[in-house]
Design a protein around this ligand. Structure first.
Ligand SMILES: NC(=O)c1ccc[n+]([C@@H]2O[C@H](COP(=O)([O-])OP(=O)(O)OC[C@H]3O[C@@H](n4cnc5c(N)ncnc54)[C@H](OP(=O)(O)O)[C@@H]3O)[C@@H](O)[C@H]2O)c1
Length: 284
């Protein structure tokens, strides 16, 4: 099965590829993008309070005719209001009784502190407003603080994973694996699609395999055993990305991309530098 779901530590299942709505605008435009993704086969929508298009995603889901149980909704608490109001608003925007996965958008949103906000997340889970709960952009130190007082372990930690940041994210990926508690949904698999050694290698491998470079990068992400969170405004690209679920890279190609990613870090911007140069009015 293409992109067969993974089972999280709470027993709930999560589709292995998600369509992200960051930078997908509002209104009819945003509805059209999400509708494209659903028509291609994406059943997992990744949103956030701060993207301000949860209502559009909900409208696209309803228009698709898909049943609620066939769609997986992830959204994030971005501390724009108190958390109890925020989750209720997100459910209302999506037009659902509960979301499938609710995340703290980042440690900077864990206000007043990580234990207090996680306790609130546990309450949201127990109240049935979020079937699973997790975090995003948490590093090892943040997870350690959270786990000290947690009754419910985070189901996921959503972090940036692409070949050029594997060496930075390695410790948190290892920590999550060791604890056996957290899946790592990735985002930004295509961030350095067009520059650097990884891009050149992806083009070479793609030519050899008769596929597209972005499919090679998506297959690399999938090879890391994670949920891939990606996006495109173009339906044909989404079709290519989705069908990359069938593409298995050889261990040699995966190792070569890993090595190119590390080498690229000498010449490409770090995630922090990228954040500065990203043309976006809202944080991711
Ligand atoms: N938790 C967090 O804090 C956080 C942070 C960042 C992102 N995310 C989530 O992850 C999702 C994906 O993030 P992302 O947008 O950085 O993902 P991405 O998959 O790395 O990048 C998507 C971009 O790549 C471009 N692209 C795709 N194929 C391409 C090709 N063949 N050639 C050139 N460009 C190509 C797309 O442009 P076109 O539209 O032109 O195809 C699109 O803008 C977000 O929407 C969000 O849901 C979460």
């Amino acid at each position: 099965m293409l992109w067969a779901p993974l089972t999280m530590n709470d027993g709930n299942r999560i589709p292995r590829i998600a369509y992200g709505t960051w930078r997908r605008g509002n209104g009819e435009e945003a509805i059209a993008y999400v509708s494209n993704a659903l028509s291609v086969g994406f059943t997992h929508i990744d949103s956030a309070q701060v993207y301000k298009n949860e209502a559009e995603a909900g409208a696209a889901i309803r228009a698709s005719g898909l049943k609620r149980e066939d769609i997986f909704i992830t959204t994030k608490y971005s501390s724009l209001a108190d958390i109890d109001t925020s989750i209720r608003n997100s459910c209302d925007w999506f037009g659902v009784d509960s979301v499938d996965l609710y995340l703290i958008h980042g440690p900077n949103h864990a206000k007043p502190d990580i234990p207090t906000i996680w306790k609130k997340m546990e309450g949201i889970n127990e109240a049935g407003l979020a079937k699973s709960i997790g975090v995003s952009k948490f590093m090892v130190s943040h997870l350690e603080i959270l786990l000290e007082s947690a009754n419910i372990r985070p189901a996921v930690n959503q972090i940036m994973v692409h070949p050029q940041v594997m060496h930075i994210q390695g410790p948190v990926i290892e920590f999550c694996k060791k604890e056996g508690i957290v899946l790592i949904p990735t985002y930004s698999p295509l961030i350095h699609y067009s520059d650097g050694l990884v891009a050149r290698l992806a083009h070479e491998i793609a030519q050899r395999l008769g596929v597209k470079p972005e499919q090679v990068l998506i297959a690399w992400s999938k090879s890391k055993g994670v949920v891939v969170v990606t996006s495109s405004t173009k339906k044909e690209r989404l079709e290519d990305i989705f069908s990359a679920g069938e593409l298995e890279l050889s261990p040699e190609d995966i190792k070569a991309i890993d090595a190119a990613g590390l080498a690229d870090t000498q010449e490409l911007p770090t995630p922090a530098m990228y954040a500065k140069k990203t043309v976006s009015s809202t944080p991711s």
